[in-house]
Design a protein around this ligand. Structure first.
Ligand code: G4P
Length: 530
């Protein structure tokens, strides 16, 4: 990856990223401060307030609140300095790893937030590994420095060791815990002092000429200054200097220290994302890759969210623009169906409000309301039959039978389940033998989420019950080979929501048997969504 000098200015100023973190590290608070500095909200506290208002609308959202998980992801855009940021929200709970994985296919970089007292936690590690698969550039924010935190070297060491990435300090904290007073901004040679009294502003930003500048002792108490000087000298000697190319290829992460709650260190981080973060990148696709500077518009669906407005049965497909300059009303080809669609009412998300998107450039995320035509993995172009690749669907790890509380409502249940399948919230399998549906998910909590959504959005009480099957594999081969295999293994065969054949398994032994007895079919645990 490298920043490419020939991008049109509108594309070059875009930074599309996600935040990865462990629950409670401060993602929501940081997002709120981004939006505050980005002018998208007027007052800190609004994201949460809006969240509360939304949550009171339904029991399902209540569950989201009770469990402290965020079920729905969205994208938000805002300007800062000369940059346009597109922040794609990742669902935080480990149960939603597939959704999260796909979200990360739509961004060019990730901001990793860690809690200064806790360091790299399990969920951060997992998400980091997903980013690593694509060599995504990572910028790190070490949060909650206003509280007791670990020693700075220890935090840096832990990241280097656990995540196998070089860490370069972009700022350095002065004092710890109650004595934490601010940071030295290494990249801009400034002393930034935190305001504990006013959480929405920084107390002072002082330009420094060197580490010997007399201004240091005017602002920093002697005992803190002594420790800081020792530390920074050692850091300069031992830690690597910031190398922009290594940041862009994902082998080095700059780290900023701060306190999201106190709005401290946030602007420096934003400036860092703009300055060192990647411009919109080339998108892998078949039969050719898509470059952002191409004149023609192309984009792909990485998320579908249904029933965002419970009054209307609408769905919004979130599209990452991969190239060109989109304007509202444009006719785009839906490559999978080869049909044209006029995109007349695309939306962009400024904080929690939707707005009509008059235009969008490569790197932007737009929401396209639709009635189910758009599915995850779909590509939209100005006519060319290109398909974005690399958006996987994973075999579910848990399977249960799903039945309507009222048997007369089976048809309604099918409709509801298909919708959630298209949204990517679950896999739905219709066994060829017997009746009913088998629903597959990656994390157990999703069954509860589904049951409450089906009841809430469709008025259908449902029951999930244990299934004899534990996993599913997609069957690949020639049509003849698949048909023959399916006919001989009827009790294990089902169709997924795209009509593709899957083999339901109980044991690894089942899979081994198929591979031994049917050499002309193969089983796979992932399917590319195309
Ligand atoms: P998340 O989205 O990553 O789960 O974290 P969130 O921002 O919700 O923050 C988790 C908790 O940590 C919140 O406290 C939040 O106020 C607190 N927090 C965030 N940033 C900082 C910081 O820089 N310093 C300190 N000391 N705390 C911070 P809470 O008690 O769960 O919620 P609330 O009552 O404050 O809203």
């Amino acid at each position: 990856m490298s920043n490419r000098p020939d991008l049109p200015a509108e594309i070059a100023r875009r930074r599309t990223f996600a935040i990865i973190s462990h629950p409670d590290a401060g993602k929501t608070t940081l997002t709120e401060k981004f939006l505050l500095y980005g002018g998208a909200i007027q007052m800190a506290g609004q994201v949460r307030a809006k969240g509360e208002a939304r949550r009171t609308r339904s029991d399902f959202m209540q569950m989201e609140k009770d469990r402290g998980i965020s079920v729905s992801a969205s994208a938000m855009s805002f300007d800062f300095e000369k940059f346009r940021f597109n922040l794609v929200d990742t669902p935080g709970h480990s149960d939603f790893s597939e959704d999260t994985y796909r979200t990360l296919t739509a961004v060019d970089a990730a901001v990793m937030v860690i809690d200064g007292a806790k360091g790299v936690e399990s969920q951060t590690q997992k998400l980091f590994e997903v980013c690593r698969l694509r060599d995504l550039p990572i910028l790190t924010f070490c949060n909650k420095m206003d509280r007791e935190s670990r020693d700075t070297f220890e935090i840096i060491d832990e990241i280097q060791e656990n995540l196998a990435i070089d860490v370069t300090p972009a700022s350095w904290p002065i004092g710890v815990g109650r004595e934490f007073m601010g940071c030295y901004d290494i990249l801009r040679d400034k002393l930034e002092i935190m305001d504990r009294a006013d959480r929405n502003k920084v107390a002072a930003s002082i330009s420094i000429n060197s580490l010997d500048d007399p201004k240091w002792s005017e602002h920093v108490p002697a005992h803190l200054l002594e420790k800081f000087r020792e530390d920074i000298e050692m850091a300069m000697e031992l830690l690597p200097k910031l190398d922009p190319a290594s940041v862009l290829n994902g082998s080095m992460t700059p780290i900023w220290f701060g306190s999201a709650m106190n709005s401290f260190g946030v602007k420096e981080l934003m400036d860092g994302i703009g300055t060192y973060g990647p411009e919109p990148q080339i998108q892998t696709a078949q039969p050719r890759n898509i470059a952002p500077e191409e004149d023609k518009v192309a984009g792909f669906v990485f998320k579908v969210q249904a029933n965002m407005d419970p009054k209307h049965r609408d769905r919004v497909a979130f599209v990452r623009m991969a190239s060109g300059h989109f304007t509202r009303g444009m006719k785009l080809t839906h490559v999978r169906s080869k049909k044209q669609m006029a995109v007349t009412n695309p939306v962009m998300f400024l904080a929690a409000d939707r707005e009509l998107a008059e235009e969008a450039w490569a790197g932007d995320i737009i929401g396209i309301p639709n009635h189910g035509q758009l599915r995850i993995g779909d590509t939209l172009t100005e006519g060319e039959a290109i398909r974005v690749s690399g958006i996987p669907s994973f075999a579910p790890e848990l399977l249960q039978n799903c039945r309507a509380g009222d048997p007369m409502k089976a048809k309604h249940l099918e409709k509801a389940l298909m919708q959630f399948a298209e949204e990517g919230a679950a896999k739905v399998f219709k066994p060829t033998f017997g009746s009913g549906f088998i629903v597959g998910v990656v994390g157990a909590l999703q069954f509860e989420v589904l049951a409450s959504r089906i009841e809430l959005e469709y008025g259908l009480p449902v029951r999930f019950e244990g299934s004899q099957f534990t996993s599913a594999r997609w069957v690949h081969g020639t049509k003849d080979a698949i048909d023959k295999f399916a006919a001989a293994n009827k009790q294990h065969i089902a169709l997924d929501n795209d009509g593709d054949t899957v083999f339901l398994t109980r044991l690894q032994w089942d899979i081994d048997r198929v591979q031994r007895d049917y050499p002309d079919v193969t089983l796979s645990a992932t399917k590319e969504m195309m």
